[in-house]
Write a protein that binds this ligand. Sequence first.
Ligand SMILES: Nc1ncnc2c1ncn2[C@@H]1O[C@H](COP(=O)(O)OP(=O)(O)OP(=O)(O)O)[C@@H](O)[C@H]1O
Ligand SMILES: [Mg+2]
Length: 579
Amino acid sequence: MSESAHCEQPSNGHLPLPSRRPTTLSTSITDSNTQREHGRKAQLSNIAAARAVADIIRTTLGPRAMLKMILDPVGGINLTNDGNAILREVDVSHPAAKNMIELSRTQDEEVGDGTTSVIILAAELLKVAEPFLIKNMHPRIIISAYYRALEDALEFLEKNTQPLDIENRDLLLDIVNTTLGTKFTARFGNLVSNLALDAVKTVLVTNEGGQREIDLKRYARVEKIPGDYLEASRVIDGVMLNKDVVDAKMRRHIKNPRIVLLDCNLEYKKAESALQVEILKEDDWDKILKQEEEYIESMCGAIIALKPDLVFTEKGISELASHYLCKAGITAVRRVRKMDNNRIARAVGATIANDPRDLKESDVGTGCGLFEVKKIGDEYFTYLVECKDPKACTILLRGASKDVLQEVERNLHDAMAVARNVILDPRVVPGGGATEMALSCALAKKAKSVPGAQQGPYREVATALEVIPRTLSENCGANTIRLITELRAKHSIEDGVDKGFNFGLDGHQGTMTDMKVLNLWEPALVKTQTLKTAIEASALLLRIDAIVSGMRSDATKAEAVRQGNAEDDEETFGDARDG
Ligand SMILES: Nc1ncnc2c1ncn2[C@@H]1O[C@H](COP(=O)(O)OP(=O)(O)OP(=O)(O)O)[C@@H](O)[C@H]1O
Ligand SMILES: [Mg+2]
């Protein structure tokens, strides 16, 4: 693919091509609505857009970060400093800006943290490319230099990560606290970190091959109930649902219940196709009702035969069925969400059945210690707690208001993601900009050995990495130039070894500090993902050499198709003539 060739460029002293065909082509393929930007203009406009996006969230990086207040279209407000949560709500029209916002979302999905860093770094990488583009360097050279720097950076990181003992809870807490230290919940000490660690440890399963698996999305659910204090939040050793039992007479407190889970209706189903029944005699009506009753009775009979104490179903339960179940001393809960049913199944060791008549003894869950229904505020909540080995959990968040709870949930999500990352890949690197500074110095040193035109952009990647410590320092009001110079000197590389690898900045005091003293550690996975995403995204944006935009209205669509056909004809004719 060639990035440089487009029709407006001068032909570099070659004989001018016959101009008829290119001119007719370029004027006929787009209509007057369509806007196009070419070559360097497009690249510079992309860079400007990316920097504009980064400027929105620049002040939200680090422990002294500012919050943003975002009004969503339905009038709600979000108070947050989470990069992804902010950008998600921002409505941008420039395609490059949209691409940047997508980056932050990807980072959030992949590793859950570093969504602000990735945007700031990508924008900086684009900014340092600008002078080279203006000097007419081909983007391809810049991109190759970037990828080369990425490879070297990853190799350097690989060598300098430190292993972590994941059985040591204090060390894990330090890492989760580094992530939460930049968030609203930092003021609550270890509270949210403990919640995150408990939740992640609960859903952790190690399969036979020794592989660890943590599926937070499916098995850890956050339930927010306004009221009480944040300190009342806890991880429930089981599942909690916003549901009540179907009949007031059913038991609401059962110890060691036997639990049956269903995903079918316990009511008479309507036929799939329209069905008409003609009744001639009065008795026939009774017969039909009887049939329905018998059907329900047989379904309930199959359940009762297993002697459960509790029945949960994802569908409905008719009054008649609830009567049979109640009579047999069984408590029933209906219209449970599919995801909740899966969580219950995992927590109590039950299997979800589609037809009660297929139920076996092994499908009954007996892992739960206590079932109870409690009223909080105006609503009833069903608790299945004291589970023996739950492997699924509900995190109950309490707090003063809905806005606060939403921010706590976002913070908890970051914390759980970091805990998961570090348990799956127990390697850490120092935070506080130390890793970025070390990488920057290592790349700057290596740049000298990079041959040819790539050397310049390669060295600029090293400069761009300083943006993280620089922004952290700016956000805490420190003397940035002095601090960065100090850090750079500390990280100077002797005999191929970075002597000050652990030195970064204390985001509260604005001074250079050893991260070992501050206990600021971040998962290596988050750092490598941030680097990869930022460099790959900036390289992708640099490859763009034209932006075409324009709305196709329905009226012009047909015209465009007709024109397209005409062009095809012309082109075929031309090709035929050339050939
Ligand atoms: N006490 C601290 N002093 C200095 N730097 C810190 C401190 N705590 C965290 N950091 C640094 O702050 C950066 C993370 O900031 P922040 O959490 O605001 O953004 P993010 O993780 O990139 O994005 P987000 O958390 O919004 O997804 C990391 O580089 C981390 O090393
Ligand atoms: Mg963070």
